[in-house]
Ligand binder design. Structure first.
Ligand SMILES: Cc1cc2nc3c(=O)[nH]c(=O)nc-3n(C[C@H](O)[C@H](O)[C@H](O)COP(=O)(O)OP(=O)(O)OC[C@H]3O[C@@H](n4cnc5c(N)ncnc54)[C@H](O)[C@@H]3O)c2cc1C
Length: 362
């Protein structure tokens, strides 16, 4: 790669870099990708493995984002049916309060969620071929027997998709390499940007196997380093721009025999919206935490499992947990707004004054 000149060099071999590589190569650009470790070894192999439109983004009125994500979901289902498949989701609604107010509140909440699911279907969800429906409490318990029947007010079933994130990333890179001849190398880190007359002219990379440093020439560099995008920018700008806020997710592992489940399950957090739990239906259970972003494992586990009623209603307790992976970070753009309100849409930044450098953040 050191001898060739490219139109574009991509830094980062996660799903963002992989997608950009394939897109650019398919358009006929001469493009190359460098990844400092294994492909997909960053966030793209540690996600919750869902290909979804983002039901909760409707709450933030991000209709365009949901529409686009559901359109992409459909493209992936069509293009990669061996890696992406439909996934039913159970959405149980729990009772709150007491007396007549309790059933009134439950009905109102069910209507709100029903409306959100209609919106999700109409925004593109229906293209999966099935629409959401209300299911009986016995059916909900069949799908997820650990639910506490005395606390389930009603339940919905809707559809999204799941994927093997790392394999999907690899398949996209393989297609770019084998079908379009775009080189992609791993164990090669970007260590600096080259400039000529104030314009980007290439990327300096360190070959992690041979130990050699070389320059890949290109007038445009795409920074697709995910949560490390600011670090790559620092190579050039000297100071850390601080534009990315890493949002932490935690996955915990519960053996299927201890917690049988036949659908993914969403348990919305009550009373705050800071926590949500998704039981992925495979032997793993994923709990996404955003609030306690930098807390220690034990604290997170304690907070998650001790967290008020939904967790208890779902019958989760510490003794069931076999493993915990804490520390997977996702890049969220925007440091000034509360994390839950931060936009989840992609952001592409063409850097003014640094002609030829583009930062792409998912
Ligand atoms: C807990 C959790 C659950 C999630 N669940 C889902 C989900 O279910 N569905 C979904 O769609 N999204 C999910 N996400 C979000 C999704 O995983 C990320 O948006 C996505 O993986 C980001 O991909 P990326 O390619 O931008 O970053 P990454 O996959 O992190 O890739 C960046 C790459 O850049 C490389 N790199 C960094 N510095 C350099 C350098 N100097 N030189 C060369 N390479 C470099 C890194 O090694 C890394 O491989 C989840 C995120 C988290 C944290």
């Amino acid at each position: 790669m050191g001898h060739d000149a490219f139109d574009l060099v991509i830094v980062g071999g996660g799903i963002t870099g992989a997608g950009a590589l394939l897109d650019a190569a398919a358009r006929g650009l001469r493009v190359a990708l460098v990844e400092r470790a294994d492909f997909a070894s960053g966030t793209s192999s540690r996600s919750s493995k869902l290909v979804h439109g983002g039901l909760r983004y409707l709450d933030q009125k991000e209709f365009v984002l949901v529409y686009e994500a559901l359109a992409e979901r459909q493209i992936l289902l069509r293009n990669a049916p061996h890696l992406v498949e439909p996934q039913p989701f159970l959405f149980p609604l729990f009772t709150r309060g007491s007396g007549p107010a309790r059933s009134q509140a439950a009905r109102a909440y069910a209507r709100t969620i029903g409306l959100a699911l209609w919106l999700y279907d109409l925004t593109g969800g229906l293209r999966i071929g099935k629409r959401h429906r209300r299911v009986s409490i016995p059916r909900a318990l069949e799908l997820f027997p650990a639910l506490d029947p005395s606390r389930v007010a009603s339940a919905y079933l809707y559809y999204d998709a799941r994927a093997d994130d790392a394999r999907l990333t690899l398949a996209i890179i393989q297609t770019a390499v084998h079908r379009f001849g775009a080189p992609a190398v791993n164990y090669t880190a970007a260590v600096g940007l080259e400039k000529s007359s104030g314009r980007i002219s290439g990327v300096r990379v360190l070959d992690g196997v041979g130990g050699r440093e070389l320059t890949i020439r290109a007038p445009v560099v795409l920074n697709a380093a995910g949560v490390w995008s600011d670090d790559v920018r620092t190579l050039d700008e000297g100071v850390h721009p601080g534009t990315i806020r890493p949002a932490k997710g935690v996955h915990i592992t519960v053996h299927r025999s201890r917690l049988p489940v036949d659908a993914a399950v969403i348990v919305p957090a009550v009373p705050s919206k800071t926590w949500s739990m998704r039981f992925t239906g495979r032997p793993r259970l994923s709990i996404l935490s955003r609030g306690a972003a930098m807390a220690k494992n034990a604290t997170i586990l304690g907070v998650m499992l001790g967290h008020a009623t939904p967790a208890q209603a779902a019958g989760i307790h510490a003794a069931l947990v076999e493993g915990l992976r804490n520390g997977t970070l996702r890049p969220v753009v925007g440091v000034e707004i509360p994390l839950k309100d931060a936009p989840r849409s992609h952001e592409a930044v063409m850097e003014a004054g640094h002609h030829g450098k583009v930062v792409l953040v998912p």
